[in-house]
Ligand binder design. Structure first.
Ligand code: GAR
Length: 193
């Protein structure tokens, strides 16, 4: 069985979209794959509730209890490793990862970013797209490399930026597309392996 481990920090709507797609498209039969665990750095991440309701194993590791980023990432890898993941999915996991962690999961970790990379790496992507006068925005699924929000682009979706958009309305429009492309990109990866 190919295990998928999903890392979240908050609402977990992308994680939920992947879990639902796995169920609806029967990823167990099609790809021999299942979402084995959802891991959060925040105990109160809303997504954990959904994951537990779905009967998925959950893990919480509070980054504030570690002296350094390296210590946290080492402990995080130790929590993930027992699942022997074929794919590690970052889904709104709001932590900058150390090179050691990225190296540990090299070639099997993906991220979704709420912009059309390589534009607007980092935070506040929607406001920055509006401020720049962009007519289009979107989201990108990419392989994770040591540099933040850089790495091979696996899938993208485009949405229009409307004249009266706020960061919130644009974020909502982009998020609906995230829920389409992230399950699609993960399924494509599973099919390749
Ligand atoms: C998503 O919009 C995702 O693209 C973004 O956080 C949101 C998480 O939503 N990720 C980043 O900004 C990573 N730098 P979710 O918890 O509902 O999936």
């Amino acid at each position: 069985m190919k295990n998928i481990v999903i890392l979240i920090s908050g609402g977990g709507s992308n994680m939920a979209a992947i879990v639902k797609a796995a169920k609806q498209q029967d990823w167990e039969r099609r790809y021999g794959a299942r979402v084995a665990a959802v891991v959060s750095n925040k105990a109160d991440a809303k997504g954990l509730v959904f994951a537990r309701e779905q009967g998925i194993a959950t893990e919480v590791l509070d980054h504030r209890q570690f002296a350094s980023r390296e210590d946290f990432d080492a402990a995080l890898a130790q929590r993930i490793d027992p699942y022997q993941p074929a794919v590690v999915v970052l889904a709104g996991f709001m932590r900058i990862l150390t090179p050691g962690f990225v190296q540990h999961f090299a070639g099997r970790m993906v991220n979704i970013h709420p912009s059309l990379l390589p534009a607007f790496t980092g935070l506040h992507t929607h406001q920055r797209a509006i401020d720049a006068g962009c007519k289009f925005a979107g989201c990108t699924v990419h392989g994770v490399t040591a540099e933040l929000d850089v790495g091979p682009i696996l899938d993208q979706a485009v949405v229009p930026v409307l004249p009266d958009d706020t960061a919130e309305t644009l974020a909502a429009r982009v998020l609906t597309q995230e829920h389409i492309i992230y399950p699609r990109a993960v399924a494509a990866l599973l099919q390749q392996r």
